[in-house]
Design a protein around this ligand. Structure first.
Ligand SMILES: Nc1ncnc2c1ncn2[C@@H]1O[C@H](COP(=O)(O)OP(=O)(O)OP(=O)(O)O)[C@@H](O)[C@H]1O
Ligand SMILES: Nc1ncnc2c1ncn2[C@@H]1O[C@H](COP(=O)(O)OP(=O)(O)OP(=O)(O)O)[C@@H](O)[C@H]1O
Ligand SMILES: [Mg+2]
Ligand SMILES: [Mg+2]
Lengths: 259, 259
């Protein structure tokens, strides 16, 4: 069956989209199939994979509202094995609509469950979440088997970590008993500055083995790649960003064996 | 009367909180009085001004739900003239509660209007918004006379700019006819990398005089200051961050004369 992985953190700008795109593409380069769902109304994952705003209709909003079946919301990308469900403009209005609906936290789970057991299921479904713990993020956490938390190596991001881990614990106890913390990924680490080192030491001290050994360094090529609509590995195969996400994909797969 | 300024951008991690804190403190150092309202459930502005999580009760959630009057939600800070209304944990649940209530976009405005005309009004009320265009941010935009949009000098942040300016236009046409775009502030600019230069050229080309002349450079002291609970000017008075926000406060005040 397929594994559903949410990439979530309510702190903004910590590398959720960058991680969702570059982990997904690195998994595909290792022979896996992945569907990436863009659940953020900003649509950054859709931009980062080259899907023009004008052709994002029948995307994740249509999927979660039940208007479009999973199979017809899939888009091919430049990476063999990687499909995307883009975020269309209507997703910005989904929050208010979901609040009034039945089983509002289970909408996405009810749609993805039959997909994950079907014979056309990908190996992984990766969900890029918006920077909040709203109903869209809750739908992702209720659907997921495990969560990756990207953590920018900054004080304010560190401060917010307990909010997201507390939310995961709450959801495990009530809405999704099988939800696991896959791991915490340190991003934008700048080894030249003390703050990064302090944050890394703090997180490893507190969360231990839950923090991936792999760290993602600050690398300007990672922030340039989305403007070309491709993952880092196609934009600059020799960059520090490509190597870091390749290493992360290996560590992610090794950790998968333990679940 | 007092001027109400929202600091907003749905893109995460672009420097909203850093701008709200450091503009507010720089205005106070120039003799103005400011109330900073933390409207983000993450509570980063409250942390950045040294208010411990344990004492944030009767904050912005109690204010917007009408439980606590404005005057008793004010907290003193280390900066003379600067008061804070902190974000307590309950604010995370405000979104769902607001959806069901009457005049849901006007809750904050109805509370702040009498304050701004009262004789105890500060010169400015600055509102730090969460990274989304949800009901909390809408309440800030409906209350505000003008909006500052911090813009990280990155491609994905640039891409999101039209979403926030379109939302401002929509609110001006319907809910708040006097809402103005105060300006767009370029943040975390790294003059050594091309991407920053390209983004700056793009934004100035498209938005012209709406973009402040002042730019905020990437400066690690700005990201260290919140861990000491003080604005940059108290943490490191000689840093590039302090000088940039001092210059920004001057430009902000000069532009105020034009409204
Ligand atoms: N390791 C890195 N080095 C340099 N830049 C990075 C790195 N990771 C991400 N970025 C850039 O930093 C910005 C924030 O990253 P990203 O958009 O992936 O974060 P996010 O958590 O998805 O943001 P949001 O909260 O808005 O959804 C982007 O402009 C991105 O290109
Ligand atoms: N000019 C700067 N130079 C270096 N670091 C900065 C600068 N401005 C902000 N930072 C740091 O970058 C991170 C993001 O900034 P900040 O939290 O102010 O953004 P935000 O838009 O309020 O984020 P959110 O969307 O989560 O509310 C923080 O860790 C902050 O300390
Ligand atoms: Mg994102
Ligand atoms: Mg903030």
């Amino acid at each position: 069956a397929c594994r559903i992985i949410a990439v979530a953190n309510q702190k903004g700008g910590v590398g959720k989209t960058t991680t969702a795109i570059n982990l997904s593409s690195a998994l595909c380069q290792r022979g896996h199939t992945v569907t990436l769902i863009d659940l953020d109304p900003q649509g950054n994952a859709s931009t980062g994979l080259g899907i023009d705003r004008a052709v994002r209709h029948q995307g994740s909003y249509a999927l979660i509202s039940g208007a479009t079946p999973y199979r017809s919301s899939l888009r091919p990308t430049a990476i063999p094995g990687l499909s995307l469900i883009p975020a269309e403009a209507g997703l910005a209005g989904a929050e208010v609509e979901l609040v009034m609906s039945d089983r509002r936290e289970f909408r996405l789970r009810d749609i993805l469950a039959p997909v994950s057991y079907g014979n056309a299921a990908p190996n992984f479904i990766v969900i890029d979440c918006p920077p909040s713990l709203n109903l869209l993020s809750l739908n992702a956490l209720v659907s997921a088997h495990a969560v990756i938390i990207p953590l920018q190596a900054e004080f304010l991001a560190l401060e917010g970590l307990t909010q997201v881990t507390a939310t995961i614990d709450r959801i495990r106890k009530s809405l999704n008993p099988t939800l696991a913390l896959h791991g915490i990924l340190l991003t934008m680490v700048d080894r030249r500055n003390n703050l990064s080192e302090l944050v890394e030491a703090d997180v490893r001290g507190f969360f231990g083995g839950k923090v991936y050994q792999t760290i993602i360094p600050r690398n300007v090529r990672l922030s340039e790649a989305p403007s070309h609509g491709t993952p880092i590995s196609l934009y600059d195969a020799k960059s520090a960003g490509t190597l870091a996400y390749a290493q992360f994909a290996e560590e992610f797969l090794a950790r998968e064996m333990t679940f």
